[in-house]
Design a protein around this ligand. Structure first.
Ligand code: TEU
Ligand code: CA
Length: 554
């Protein structure tokens, strides 16, 4: 048995880029903080919470879309890339947000939605008004609906055909999402030039980067049945980088549902000049049903989940860069999906944070995750607002799925689970708004809120705060190699990070049962848990409480 020593690594960050030591925080503006009582979160609301975020210690905000939009898909349908949606505020508010965030050393990362626009965008309006206009070719058209079964007969992510008819010209346009979100034609160099000019315009305003919405779809070739990962994808990304990012210290994160162990390094390899990192979804989709997908989730299988993380950790070490996340605005709440939202809510939220934040990569926190917010718990379809959920409700009921079965799937995986308002306090509407919230607040806000959790030294928020600080403090957390121990254990998540002489052991019980530490593989140490400062021991036969999680120097 050894007394665990402090590592030799320096406190000052000398390695890597700024985003390799920073933690991101995603804000879904509709549901974050409402400043004017209309029930809708807004930019002044975000500004009022910057001190909260600075205290948490985050390095940048990923801001979901605030651009002008008819809000068919909550802003992922943009009608003007250079204007702010009035429900969120003004361009002056946006400039103030950028400046106020920067004053607190927080960068703003904008959502870049350039796979498609809104059908209300002037480009699409011009394309509709005059089929001979140069804007017609900014979008994707064909004369006829493709015959069923042919390669071009692609389905939309939100249900139904990906082709819709323009009544005036009789031609069909392509949309991988809602019909109100026509896909842009990236084969057109004039379109690409417009996008790059717009990106430079935002970067010149002082933002710190972009989260690139479904960017793996821009190389699509619908006629060949190719959507994700098309042959031109990486050429476009390299061109985009050259035209916008060269000479800037910006962060780019590519949302890529198609990212695989083989193609992920193509995006984020330092010498390829594409993006800083990808969001890959291996740990998400591995627990979806083969037929019904997210609407029929499988239970989490920890050995499989650990294997996925371990493979990605190893695959991208020195060859790319991982992004790390449990949730976002499209996914269920982390603690509800991977932990226990009931009896062990606090412990399991902390265990999830611990294992994720002590891996290599840039971690992202989704608003409310930092104090353990749970799924919406909606029981009726009229409580939902999300276009995807409402569409699939209609479609699946027509196909014979029964209402209760659909609602059970939605309760587990609807995007609205993450979109209920931030629970700031025990005040009415959780302190989110003085008015009527656009979507129902989770009933549990009276006892589950930021104010309450923050006061608890053993709460979820303080654990996140500590983990964020540790990433800045220790090079081994940022850049250490990863080694999974006990890969087959059904509930223990144990791994070692090492860099030079520094070795950190992370141990977590991801179950609601006490677990006895097995003798094999785990080194025997007694020492101080770097998360809590309390004494811990990893001796064989030691009992770990449900969802216990600690980290100790070897
Ligand atoms: O999401 C991509 C996407 O494909 C999701 O819609 C996802 O597949 C779905 O939730 C799984 O059922 C991005 C944005 O994050 C999402 O909010 C947008 O709706 C979508 O793109 C279109 O812009
Ligand atoms: Ca408002």
């Amino acid at each position: 048995m050894t007394q665990s020593p402090r590592p030799s690594s320096a406190e000052i960050i000398r390695d890597g880029t700024w985003w390799q030591s920073a933690v991101g925080y995603q804000i879904y503006p509709l549901s974050f903080a409402d400043s004017n009582g209309d029930g809708i979160g807004d930019i002044p609301g975000i500004i009022s919470k910057l001190d909260y975020l600075a205290d948490l210690g985050i390095g940048f905000i990923w801001l979901s879309p605030v651009y002008a939009s008819p809000m068919v898909d909550n802003g992922y349908d943009i009608s003007d890339y250079r204007a702010i949606n009035p429900i969120f505020g003004t361009m002056a508010d946006m400039d103030r947000l950028i400046a106020e965030a920067r004053a607190r050393q927080i960068g703003i990362v904008m959502d870049l939605v350039v796979n498609h626009t809104s059908d209300q965008h002037p480009w699409f309006q011009a394309a509709l008004a005059d089929p001979s206009s140069s804007f017609r070719d900014f979008y994707i058209w064909r004369d006829q609906h493709p015959p069923e079964g042919s390669p071009a007969a692609i389905r939309s992510t939100f249900g139904g055909s990906a082709w819709s008819r323009d009544a005036q010209s009789g031609e069909w346009f392509f949309h991988l999402f809602a019909p109100q979100q026509p896909d842009l034609n990236w084969t057109n160099p004039a379109l690409r030039a417009e996008i790059y000019a717009m990106m430079n315009w935002w970067l010149d305003k002082g933002i710190s980067g972009f989260r690139m919405d479904v960017i793996d779809l821009i190389g699509k070739q619908p006629e060949a049945g190719i959507t994700a990962d098309g042959p031109e994808l990486h050429r476009y990304l390299q061109e985009l980088h050259e035209a916008t990012l060269t000479g800037r210290d910006a962060l780019t994160v590519a949302e890529a549902w198609s990212a695989s162990l083989t193609n992920a390094p193509l995006y984020s390899a330092p010498d390829r000049r594409e993006v800083s990192m990808v969001f890959q979804f291996g740990h998400v989709t591995q627990f979806w049903d083969e037929q019904l997908g997210k609407w029929k989730p499988k239970p989490i299988d920890w050995p499989k989940l650990k294997a996925t993380f371990a493979t990605w950790q190893t695959a991208l070490h020195d060859r790319g860069w991982n992004s790390l996340f449990w949730g976002n605005h499209d996914l269920p709440r982390a603690v509800s999906r991977y932990g226990d939202e009931g009896h062990f809510r606090v412990a399991s939220a902390k265990a999830l944070a611990t294992v994720l934040h002590l891996m290599e990569g840039t971690p992202y926190i989704y608003q409310g995750e930092e104090f353990g917010m749970t799924n919406a718990g909606f029981t009726r379809i009229d409580q939902y607002r999300d276009v995807e959920t409402l569409n699939f409700h209609r479609i699946q009921l027509t196909e014979g799925v029964d209402e209760e079965a659909f609602l059970a799937g939605a309760r587990a995986n609807s995007r609205d689970n993450a979109r209920t308002p931030m629970q700031w306090s025990a005040e009415e509407h959780a302190g989110f708004t003085q008015g009527q919230p656009w979507i129902q607040v989770n009933d549990n806000y009276r006892w589950l809120n930021a104010d309450k959790d923050r006061l608890d030294p053993d709460g979820v928020y303080q654990r996140y705060r500590r983990l964020i600080a540790l990433r800045r403090e220790y090079a081994v957390v940022r850049h250490g190699t990863f080694r999974l121990l006990l890969p087959d254990h059904p509930s223990l998540f144990v791994f070692e990070r090492s860099k030079g002489p520094d070795r950190l052991l992370v141990v977590a019980n991801m179950s609601g049962q006490p677990v006895i530490l097995p003798a094999c593989e785990i080194p025997q140490v007694e020492g101080i848990d770097i998360l809590t400062g309390r004494a811990v021991s990893t001796g064989a036969g030691m009992e770990l409480e449900p969802y216990a999680a600690f980290a100790i120097w070897l």
